[in-house]
Design a protein around this ligand. Structure first.
Ligand code: LRH
Ligand code: MN
Length: 430
């Protein structure tokens, strides 16, 4: 890690904000105490929260219309890990990194694992990619991958996933996520039932090869790249497939993979009830799979999702251990800043969900007192827990104000000097 983001540097920058934080924290403490809530308990919860960052989101994202790379963005997995460490050092809740293969295939997994560990990081999961053709690839995924009508293509896609499992095992990953873009653009193009049968047949081979301690996460998505029917289009399909595969297969909920009107917190509650909620790709969206920063568009939905998660955690629901990951595309912001704020918004929703008076809520629900039930949730959602989030970061060695400290270190400027923009990424005017 460059000298720019040392613990001392962060501590120095916190100095000028400490007094204001102590004031705000004491004030919030009094407010919460009046509601019978110990602020120290809440702060401990914030410090213990963990969410993984996606290796593929450290470089500038783009759309089919273009990508506008920023100078100083990471080009290699090692530079991406460096930036993941910067995020972790400042917000202290993101030690896990999800890898996408082949985008971030490590040549020497052991070396990558050691480098990650040296920065306080670990590789929490792998993600396969059978939605793009790689140079020299024998069979194209144009018409699908794990559900393709041609066994040779399916076998190729299965082989790729088996390679991901091997890499994951070498890196100590505890989960492997499979998202496929397989589907159809026109009615009649695909036999919908048989496509799922072929997908399941492929997934059984992948499931059978799962290393010990590794879970298989099935990620559904309503559309894109297929625009008429997607093989694994919704939570019910991923749930049914996970159930058919076995105990170590679960459904993964990417928040942006649902139609705009879908009640995602209800999907989450259903999967919890069925014991098949394996994890999340957190992000936000206004229209489609926009991959915007978590909590930036629909913070109340994010709170309601964590309300379901915390309710299950406190019950406690047996075997409930969802993996939290971010999956975003940062097209116009500094990815480090977006990941820090997105992680913070997840901690905020998680902490606020612990402020819900669940006993009162249960009574209002039993009494069908809709107004007071909603007010009980709103009381938690409208509580500004920022002092708790900042105190948790401070106590964990992070920054009271991550963006301010990050910018004060001029980290990105120094990376601009260190990391020449790849010729391919260099816009005409640079
Ligand atoms: C698909 C998806 C999936 C990833 C990809 C980068 O939209 O959410 O999780 O593999 O984005
Ligand atoms: Mn995703």
């Amino acid at each position: 890690m460059s000298f720019l983001l040392t613990d001392e540097r962060i501590a120095d920058d916190n100095q000028c904000r400490r007094a204001a934080l102590d004031d705000d924290y004491a004030h919030l403490g009094q407010q919460l105490a009046r509601r019978g809530i110990a602020i120290e308990m809440v702060t401990d919860l914030a410090m213990a929260f963990r969410v993984a960052v996606p290796s593929w989101a450290l470089a500038t994202g783009g759309t089919r219309f273009g990508r506008f790379p920023a100078p100083g963005e990471p080009q290699t997995i090692f530079e991406k890990l460096e930036d993941c460490e910067a995020v972790f050092r400042l917000v202290r809740v993101t030690p896990g990194v999800s890898l996408h293969i082949p985008w971030d295939r490590p040549e020497r997994p052991a070396e990558l694992k050691a480098l990650a560990a040296a920065g306080g990081l670990f590789i929490d999961s792998t993600n396969s990619n059978t939605f793009q053709d790689q140079p020299g690839q024998r069979h194209s995924y144009k018409f699908g991958s794990l559900s393709h009508t041609d066994r040779a293509v399916r076998d190729q896609a299965v082989e790729h996933n088996l390679e991901c499992l091997e890499i994951g095992a070498a890196l100590g990953a505890s989960a492997h996520t499979v998202w496929i873009g397989d589907g159809a653009n026109f009615p009649g193009q695909m036999h919908i039932r048989r496509a799922v049968d072929r997908y399941l047949e492929s997934m059984r081979t992948i499931y059978a090869a799962l290393p010990g301690g590794c879970r298989l996460l099935l990620e559904h998505k309503l559309y894109e790249p297929a625009f008429y029917a997607t093989v694994v289009a919704d939570w019910c399909t991923s749930y049914c497939c996970a159930r058919e595969l076995g105990d170590r297969a679960y459904a993964l909920v990417d928040l942006g993979h649902h139609a705009p009107t879908v009640n995602v917190e209800q999907v989450v509650a259903q999967l919890i009830r069925l014991g098949k909620l394996g994890g999340f790709h957190f992000n936000d969206s206004k229209y489609g799979d926009d991959d915007l920063d978590a909590g930036s568009i629909k913070p109340f939905e994010l709170f309601l999702i964590f309300n379901e998660l915390v309710d299950a955690r406190l019950e406690p629901v047996a075997g409930f251990e969802p993996a939290y990951m971010l999956d975003q595309s940062h097209n116009v912001t500094d990815p480090i800043e977006s990941l820090m704020i997105s992680a913070t918004e997840l901690v905020r929703a998680y902490v606020q969900a612990h402020l819900v008076d669940r006993e009162a809520l249960g009574q209002y629900q039993d009494a069908n007192d809709a107004m007071m039930a909603l007010q009980t949730l709103k009381q938690a959602f409208t509580c500004d827990v920022s002092p708790v989030l900042a105190m948790a970061r401070l106590r964990a060695g992070g920054a009271i104000d991550p963006i301010a400290t990050y910018r004060a270190t001029r980290y990105r400027e120094s990376k601009r000097r260190e990391r020449p923009l790849a010729a391919s990424a260099r816009p005409a005017f640079l």
